[in-house]
Design a protein around this ligand. Structure first.
Ligand code: PAF
Length: 336
């Protein structure tokens, strides 16, 4: 009995202390935790979007959603994350579109080389009917929710062997590509020797010279310090990309209507914020890489690369059918 009274008293004293510090109120309100993962460092382009999303989702949900940022592949690798989202073992994760399409090939419409004329075209498509269709169909086919496409970027090509001044210079280079069929076919069409490799194995493969190079979002080359191992940077704008944030249906179903609205509003606004940031930084980071980063940057004539890419576009449109081809046509029409 004495023990029980003493436990109750200790609890009451503790509660008074916590209430004084405003902690009980917050703890009671934060009734859903959202673990948001990604594969690159905290201080990265995904990190910028994640931090903004965290701030807004917590604010719009009145503190009833607690977003935990899980960088650096803590909760899954990017290659495993899509399945984990389908199973509901991961709440939310950034997965670049090329790592979504092995699970849902329609996403390759955003991977095809030279699909977008510039970053504005990409943003317009993501925010228009094609973006809506992708979002709805992805949900219907796989159960995974696309919260935002995030901001635009280009994958810049780098290698440790030689400057690339023409497509011929690509010959024989062992280039890491994500495990994506379109990317593999594209680098083959460019005359290189693509090696499909999971992201988790890529930094070591570059450091040890197992691969000669690869391509990544411009900011990823800086974040991952790839400029220390590969001195040749090549600006081709061959693949454009986004920073897609996806969520599991299991997580979304745990939310009340108000909380779901708060998550979607936060994702839309964080995506717009990230878009502004990315549009400004692409050229800035390229300049940084070619000055402070010590990379030698080339911008070869794109005509032969574009001609090779068009054949890749046509062959995937033929392989993936009418619905895919309609999306390709809609993207091209949005450029006009
Ligand atoms: O290269 C990849 O696999 C992806 O672009 C990366 C770097 C994991 C970011 O999503």
């Amino acid at each position: 009995m004495r023990n029980t009274i003493s436990r109750l008293l200790t609890g009451a004293v503790l509660a008074a202390g916590l209430a004084g510090a405003g902690l009980i109120e917050r703890a009671a309100a934060a009734d859903v935790t959202m673990n948001l993962g990604w594969a690159t460092p905290l201080e990265s382009t995904y990190g910028d979007l994640a931090k903004k999303f965290e701030e807004l989702a917590e604010q719009y949900s009145g503190g009833s959603i607690d977003v935990k940022l899980r960088c650096c592949a803590q909760i899954a690798t990017e290659d495993d994350a899509f399945k984990a989202l389908q199973l509901g073992t991961v709440d939310a994760y950034f997965i670049s579109q090329n790592n979504v399409s092995p699970h849902w090939p329609m996403m390759d419409v955003f991977v095809l080389p030279y699909m977008f004329q510039n970053a504005d075209h990409l943003v317009k498509v993501a925010n228009g009917p094609v973006g809506d269709k992708i979002r709805d169909k992805l949900k219907a086919d796989t159960g995974v929710h696309l919260l935002t496409f995030g901001g635009p970027s280009y994958r810049d090509f780098f290698n440790s062997k030689r400057p690339i001044n023409s497509m011929e210079d690509m010959a024989g280079l062992k280039i890491r590509v994500p495990k994506n069929k379109v990317m593999l076919a594209t680098f083959e069409a460019f005359g290189a020797e693509p090696v499909p490799l999971a992201w988790s194995e890529t930094p070591t493969a570059l450091q040890t010279g197992t691969i000669d190079g690869g391509d990544n979002g411009t900011s990823v080359i800086r974040e991952m310090k790839f400029f220390e191992f590969a001195k040749h940077l090549v600006i081709l704008d061959h693949f454009a990309g986004f920073a897609p944030v996806l969520a599991s249906d299991r997580f979304m179903s745990r939310l009340s209507d108000e909380q779901r609205e708060a998550v979607l509003k936060a994702a839309t606004e964080a995506g717009a914020y990230h878009t502004e940031l990315k549009l400004k930084e692409i050229e800035e980071i390229r300049t940084w890489l070619s000055t402070e980063g010590g990379m030698a940057m080339t911008r070869p004539d794109r005509a032969p690369f574009i001609a090779a890419a068009q054949k890749v576009q046509q062959s995937f449109a033929a392989e993936l059918g009418q619905e895919f081809t309609d999306l390709v046509n809609a993207i091209q029409a949005a450029a006009e």
